[in-house]
Ligand binder design. Structure first.
Ligand code: NAP
Length: 325
């Protein structure tokens, strides 16, 4: 089977396409014939050795898939050959086949849900659902500000925020990205490259401020966003796509009566798998009813995985991109 190999730490152009033996389904495992694999920002970090969880070389990158169960290992009773599944993995998604432990991170999919959108939601949609539902406990009618709103975590937060009843203000760096956010449900938008973020939030909230902030970007936007928080607001730290980890004075928390919430979806899922499963089940149900459609803007064949990762690093990606086998 074909797979993408990371044999040295480096940028996406150091990845290679290789032929590997097909995996076997060991005890408690299933082998999935991968139909599509979602591309995520952490994939671009882990191959550079910049992610919080390092991976020993060589390895196949990629953290989420959708596909068909090809083989069942001893002791597996939840799945049968031919089942459609989606899964969140530590690595190994950018391959034609992958062996996966039968645990909370694999879920059966209704057959009418297409593989491409199904491959694009186990990670970032679970991240945004975790921050909105488990951490911020967002309530209908509250205002949600999403930074980096046209990216993977961001557009998921826009769509899920709307499904959970929030008013959503999306922030991004170009008009094209803002139009994309509006097309996927944002109620209002701010270009944080060209507009003063605080002034724009004041204008859009009648100076009340926002209740919840989803921040997967960090850098220079974090402090003005926190300064624009409503009383009792929740600032969700998700990631640092801009590179710089923001630092701001703690008196802001006092002045705003607000809370800073760390939102590490993966660590939380391992500690509280029941939360991950509840959120995933709820999102699959929304997909089943046609209420949630993960936003995939481009598909790349397996051998073009390095280009997909480089586009993500170059800030060219809107929504999600997916590798198809
Ligand atoms: N905590 C968790 O559990 C968790 C889970 C998944 C991902 N993450 C993290 O969340 C962050 C975003 O992930 P994602 O999948 O949403 O990534 P993404 O699709 O690439 O989106 C990131 C967004 O950040 C903005 N951005 C600002 N400066 C950037 C820069 N220098 N390089 C790239 N993007 C920049 C871009 O929007 P504009 O051009 O509009 O500014 C882009 O749309 C990453 O740091 C990732 O590691 C955390």
């Amino acid at each position: 089977m074909k797979a993408i190999g990371c044999k040295e730490i480096g940028l996406p152009d150091t990845l290679v396409v290789e032929d590997l033996p097909s995996p076997n389904a060991g005890e408690g495992h299933i082998v999935v014939s991968v139909k599509a694999a979602g591309v995520n920002f952490p994939d671009a970090l882990v191959i550079q050795g910049k992610y919080q969880h390092t991976q020993s070389l060589p390895f196949t990158p990629g953290k989420e898939i959708a596909g068909v169960v090809k083989e069942i290992g001893a002791g597996v009773t939840r799945f049968k050959v031919g089942d459609h599944v989606c899964a969140w993995l530590s690595h190994g998604a950018f391959a034609e086949e992958v062996a996966i432990k039968d645990d909370f991170a694999v879920a059966r999919l209704p057959e009418h849900i297409a593989f491409v959108p199904a491959a694009a939601f186990a990670l970032v949609y679970s991240t945004s659902m975790h921050l909105l539902a488990d951490r911020a406990k967002i309530k209908p009618g509250e205002t949600l500000l999403v930074l980096g709103a046209s990216g993977g975590v961001g557009i998921a937060a826009v769509q899920l925020g709307k499904l959970l009843g929030a008013r959503v203000i999306a922030c991004a760096s170009s008009q094209q990205k803002l139009d994309f956010c509006i097309a996927h449900g944002a109620d209002a938008v701010i270009n944080y490259e060209t507009e003063d973020l605080r002034e724009a939030i004041n204008r859009l909230t009648d100076k009340r401020g926002v209740d919840v902030i989803c921040d997967p970007v960090g850098g220079k936007y974090a402090e003005p966003a926190v300064r624009s928080m409503a009383w009792g607001g929740r600032y969700c730290v998700v990631g640092f796509a801009a590179g710089a980890i923001p630092k701001f004075p703690l008196n802001l928390m006092l002045l705003k009566g607000c809370t800073v919430l760390g939102c590490a979806f993966g660590t939380n899922a391992r500690r509280h798998p029941e939360q991950f499963t509840a959120n995933l089940t709820r999102m699959i149900d929304w997909m089943d009813k046609g209420e949630l459609n993960p936003v995939v803007t481009a598909c790349y064949p397996l051998e073009r995985t390095p280009a997909a990762l480089q586009d993500m690093l170059d800030r060219k990606v809107t929504g999600k991109v997916v590798i198809t086998m």
